[in-house]
Design a protein around this ligand. Structure first.
Ligand code: GDP
Length: 201
């Protein structure tokens, strides 16, 4: 938003609120000659209509906080479901600051697993990996929190449970490099794709 006409800052705030409700990914608003943006959210609103500017400032702060929250996809793999570790794993994730926003238990076909793990199609273990992920029920979850992607990767630990750090899920519960109990997206971009894969709108 580069310009909101001379209707005053309250109108401008309501205008911005509409954008926030619509979840526009980016907003910049010039009001009463002052620039408010995500970067300048703490700007002293000198001279502009007090109430409107305070409201606007709070909205921008809230919007900024929302944008800081990341989402990632987590899977509790068949080996962990088989051993009834679902609740214990969820407890660890929540304790470490990740909120479970969506959750479902599914059993996917080998074709679906092949599509999900397509990035690994050139790997020698691709067929085995797809066979394994489709071998039993899994729990898929959308996790949300600050730095959710990286945070979840840390909580999971290294791919090979033998190399995983103490206290990580894979160290605690992983059986082997393939049966390593959990999956977690490795980047924000992949998280979006993987969430879309399991939770199509
Ligand atoms: P992750 O991101 O830590 O899950 O690891 P990768 O993306 O490298 O691999 C994806 C998944 O493939 C792992 O979680 C394992 O289940 C499996 N995997 C990785 N390396 C091997 C391997 O050498 N052999 C087999 N059978 N599976 C593997």
């Amino acid at each position: 938003i580069n310009y909101v006409g001379g209707a005053g800052s309250i109108t401008a705030a309501q205008f911005l609120q509409r954008f926030i409700i619509n979840k526009t990914p980016w907003a910049h608003l010039d009001i009463a000659g002052m620039a408010f943006s995500k970067k300048a959210a703490n700007l002293n609103p000198r001279g502009a209509t007090g109430f409107g500017v305070r409201l606007l400032n709070n909205l921008i702060k809230k919007y900024y906080e929302w944008n800081m929250l990341e989402k990632t996809l987590s899977i509790i793999k068949p080996d962990a479901i088989e051993r009834n570790l679902e609740d214990k794993i969820q407890e660890i994730l929540v304790k470490k600051g990740l909120a479970i926003k969506e959750k479902k238990k599914v059993k996917i076909s080998k074709e679906e697993a092949s599509e999900f793990y397509k990035v690994h199609q050139t790997k020698s273990f691709y067929d085995e990996l797809c066979g394994y992920l489709s071998s039993g029920p899994i729990v898929v979850m959308v996790l949300e929190g600050e730095n959710a992607v990286l945070n979840n990767r840390e909580i999971m630990g290294a791919t090979d449970p033998k190399k995983a750090a103490e206290g990580t899920i894979r160290k605690l519960y992983g059986l082997s490099i393939d049966k390593n109990s959990v999956h977690g997206s490795d980047s924000i971009q992949n998280a979006q794709k993987e969430i879309q894969f399991f939770f199509k709108q």
